[in-house]
Design a protein around this ligand. Structure first.
Ligand code: PEP
Ligand code: MG
Length: 907
């Protein structure tokens, strides 16, 4: 039996359906589904993703059956439309578009108006009675074919751009749709010449050559740079491949009763209900997204321009939302007042919109609460957008008074961002690589899929042209970037790196602020205030009932809580951090890094380090004891009855000493010693490889008095707070253990001190002693370590560092090529952000099994940075951890991810 590679749809019947997206791609499957639903979809066929797989597996050849199946499907389109492909009197024109399983907006290629040549263009002119339209379509074909199929896209000479601009200038018009018949004829001739000049080949006039070459280009585009980068970012496997959709053309550029547009069934930035989007009268699809003309807003004017088509569009939108039970992103064309659907897909949305839409869909009865909290509706990481700061009204008022309000554009990605202007994506990427902490605002006339890497590097995106469905808006929404589009007053010189507006010129590197809620653009930095959720939960300046955002956030969290099995704790060293985390739902402290407290009492710490004998060291430590005790008491009070894990000193001692001459002199003065003595001690403590040096439990083993002081501070604080009526639960954690004996050594000190403090005070506190698991050896001998440890906490920062042999502080220069699918392509993700499940994760599994083999009810958590990363949280759930611990602002993300882990496990 021959394999079916081609799936036809048309006239209410379709070979495929929505559940065939693996084979037909998302766009294809939905075209089939819409056809079945009786929606107005032009006839067409989908070439399956299997062909893409075959194509790459066979040296870019097609399966032998494909051509006949294609020809047969093409005949069906001809019958449906009543026109013939390549015919010299009644020609059928086709579009050819990519369509992967998960939509990858703008990443791959499209060719429209296939089938035109010098003969058919005349037939089209005659048939439509509109020569301008026919020539305009032909010029577009030459442009897209030249760029996409013949490889001129991104050519440094930009030949097509120049020819078009020259023609407009000559004719004295600004916009493409104002070009005359004569201008279009000239452009067509010149485009053909440019194709010949730059590719050495003629534009193929045979329509059949055109369509097959276009199909080849679509499959080829699966491996283009931007598609590869996009897939990596959104975890789309390379093996999936794309499908290819060939469809009869309908025309939005036939005249003023025609239009083309992109609609969202709800607002993609904030999620407010009601159809919205961009359209253009007398235009073709690409015009709307590429910013070549200022678009019109569907919600504002389409109802007046084309009342019937608008009404139908609204109804189709509702029908599709009901059918797919999700907000849709629709592409349509109106040809002579008749609506045609070209695509529908689940819309990309910001974190704000995701929460709003999910809660609304539940209220509308379209989805259940369990579905609402799934990653499909609310990706856990996107929740953090609701916690980001906003510009405060006072700060903005001041900026306006100071004349810093530069302009206003269309808000497309909510939030507040201040950063340094950068005008090219290449520079954005380079600056970010050199300094990962820099905040950048990418300012461009428009963005294209080529800009993806630069957009990733930026905190905010600002464009001069384009509407809410422009590339910049779409991608920003998905990436959660603050975004303003269509700020038409901006005059941007990318090469010079300048942005001029109302006579003011800003340069690259200058600060600029963008308000993604209002579209306002300010020169300089503008002060921010906390998000509404933070205002309600933490600063308490906003009443819960006055914030719709908070109400919905809370609803989502409440739904999530019903499922979550993993505990969620926080990494916090200070009482106010701890209190914030509790407000976000933290159930305990998973990691208090005590060294942060030492930095606050650096003089005493340095005295301790300079001590030459144990009694001297103990004297210095005694000075530190009250500070530590107060710090711990503060934490215990903030956390109430929740468990508080306190890790004993971890970093090497030289981190506390001054690095330069002046600092050493200053320290000598404070301690009443000589600069030489300080220099000598610095020299003694110097390590070639401090991360693998005298740190972690090795400190407490060599200097047991440090452990003893810390233990005393912990237990004295616990006793004190318990006396105040709080049921404290300290958990003492020993860092960087690799040998069971190391833990035994430290545990003995801790327990001895505890006993003493309880005897001295007459108060006993329940406590645990456990260890961090952050060395491969600890994982392998976890059964031995669990003999002593009452809990494990994975320190995946160090565990990643030591398992991969990659320094957590020095991996910057090679991580980019390592994770770049077009460069070395060795790692799918930054292993310090998302757990390397096979390697580090494999060791974690071993540790869990071995640890619980010894101690059945061993409590196990994670406190490395991965504890707030949704994928890693899900992995921790899968391997049976009891809790994750992360920074306070990631607590809500972890809670949602933990609930999603349960629901995903049930599927
Ligand atoms: C870890 O190594 O994952 C950890 C939490 O400890 P630190 O980052 O302090 O080394
Ligand atoms: Mg560590």
């Amino acid at each position: 039996m021959t394999t079916k590679y081609v799936y036809y749809f048309g006239d209410g019947k379709a070979d495929g359906s929505a559940d065939m997206r693996n084979l037909l791609g998302g766009k294809g499957a939905n075209l089939h589904e819409m056809t079945r639903l009786g929606l107005p979809v032009p006839a067409g066929f989908t070439i399956s993703t299997d062909v893409c797989t075959y194509f790459y597996g066979h040296g870019k050849q097609y399966p032998p059956e494909l051509r006949d199946q294609g020809v047969e499907a093409l005949q069906k389109i001809e019958q449906s439309v009543g026109a013939k492909f390549g015919d010299s009197t009644n020609p059928l024109l086709l579009s050819c578009r990519s369509g992967a399983r998960d939509s990858m907006p703008g990443m791959m290629d499209t060719v429209l108006n296939i089938g035109l040549n010098d003969t058919t263009v005349q037939a089209l002119a005659k048939q439509s009675g509109n020569e301008r339209f026919a020539l305009d379509s032909y010029r577009r074909l030459l442009l897209m074919f030249g760029e996409v199929v013949m490889g001129l896209k991104g050519h440094k000479d930009e030949p097509f751009e120049h020819i078009l601009e020259e023609a407009k200038k000559k004719q004295g018009v600004k916009l493409d749709n104002e070009l005359s018949v004569d201008s279009l004829k000239t452009i067509i001739t010149k485009y053909k010449e440019a194709i010949k000049k730059y590719t050495g080949k003629e534009f193929p006039s045979n329509p059949h050559d055109q369509i097959w070459q276009a199909i080849g280009a679509v499959f080829g585009s699966w491996m283009n740079d931007r598609a590869c980068v996009y897939r990596r970012q959104y975890h789309i496997p390379d093996e999936w491949g794309t499908a290819c959709n060939v469809m009869a053309m309908v025309f939005g550029n036939l005249g003023d009763d025609c239009a083309t547009g992109v609609a969202l069934t709800r607002d993609g930035a904030l999620g407010t209900p009601g159809i919205c989007g961009d359209y253009l009268i007398n235009a073709q699809g690409e015009d709307v997204v590429n910013g070549s003309r200022p678009t019109k807003r569907i919600e504002d004017t389409l109802g007046k321009d084309m009342p019937n088509a608008f009404k139908e569009l609204v109804e189709v939108g509702k029908k599709l939302e009901k059918h797919y039970r999700n907000m849709q992103d629709i592409e349509f064309t109106i040809q002579r007042n008749k609506l045609y659907m070209l695509q529908t897909r689940n819309a990309k949305r910001t974190g704000f919109a995701a929460v709003r839409v999910a809660t609304d869909l539940v209220a509308e009865g379209l989805i259940s609460p369990d579905e609402a909290i799934s990653a499909k509706y609310i990706p856990a990481g996107d929740l953090s957008q609701l916690l980001q700061p906003l510009f405060d009204a006072q700060g903005k008022k001041k900026a306006v008074q100071e004349g810093k309000l530069l302009t206003k554009g269309i808000p497309a990605g909510p939030g507040a961002a201040t950063g340094k202007i950068v005008c090219t994506p290449q520079r954005a990427e380079a600056i970010k690589q050199a300094n990962p902490n820099v905040s950048l605002i990418l300012v461009r006339k428009e963005t294209t899929p080529e800009d993806l890497r630069g957009m990733k590097a930026a905190l905010g995106i600002l464009t001069a042209v384009g509407g809410v469905s422009s590339h910049a808006a779409l991608v920003s929404r998905q990436m959660g970037k603050v975004c303003i589009v269509g700020a038409g007053e901006l005059d941007i010189d990318n090469e010079a790196g300048t942005v001029t507006v109302k006579g003011k010129t800003l340069k690259e590197g200058d600060d600029i602020s963008v308000d993604g809620f209002t579209g306002e653009v300010f020169a300089g930095a503008t002060t921010t205030k906390p998000s509404e959720v933070v205002q309600v939960l933490i600063t308490k300046e906003l009443a819960a009932e006055r914030s719709d955002t908070y109400r919905r956030y809370k609803q989502v969290m409440d739904w999530a809580e019903k499922h979550r099995k993993l505990g969620v704790r926080t990494n916090a060293d200070l009482p106010d951090q701890a209190a914030e985390a509790v407000a976000f739902g933290a159930e305990g402290i998973g990691l208090c890094r005590t060294e942060h407290m030492f930095f606050d009492h650096i003089a005493e710490m340095r005295e301790m380090i300079m001590a030459e004998t144990t009694p001297e060291r103990e004297k210095a430590l005694a000075k530190m004891l009250p500070f530590q005790r107060d710090d711990f008491a503060g934490l215990f009070r903030a956390m109430g009855a929740r468990p508080v894990t306190i890790r004993l000193l971890d970093p090497p001692l030289h981190e506390f000493l001054p690095q330069n001459e002046a600092g050493r002199k200053e320290m000598a003065k404070v301690l009443g010693t000589t600069a030489e003595a300080v220099a000598r001690r610095v020299e003694e403590l110097h390590e070639a490889n401090p991360m693998l040096g005298h740190r972690g439990c090795r400190l407490g083993i060599v200097y047991p008095e440090i452990t003893a002081m810390q233990a005393r501070a912990i237990f004295e604080a616990a006793v004190q707070v318990k006396k105040e009526g709080i049921d404290v639960h300290p958990e003492v954690m020993i860092p960087l253990v690799g040998f069971a004996k190391e833990l035994e050594n430290q545990e003995k000190i801790v327990r001895t001190v505890a006993k003493k403090v309880f005897a001295e005070t007459g108060v006993t506190v329940n406590y645990l002693v456990g260890t961090m698991i952050e060395l491969p050896r600890a994982c392998v001998v976890a059964d031995q370590i669990a003999q002593t440890a009452e809990f494990f906490s994975f320190g995946t920062n160090d565990l990643t560092q030591t398992t991969l042999g990659v320094s957590r502080d020095d991996y910057g220069p090679f991580i980019a090529p390592y994770t770049d699918p077009k460069k070395a392509d060795i790692l799918a993700h930054d292993p310090f952000a998302t757990i390397d499940q096979e390697g580090v994760g494999g060791l974690m599994k071993t540790a869990v099994e071995k640890g619980r083999g010894t101690r059945k009810d061993l409590k196990i958590g994670i406190c490395g940075e991965h504890g707030g990363d949704p994928d890693s949280v899900k992995f921790c759930h899968k391997i049976g951890l009891n809790y994750v611990s992360c920074s306070p602002f990631r607590v809500p993300v972890a809670r949602l991810a933990a609930a999603q882990a349960v629901l995903e496990g049930k599927k």
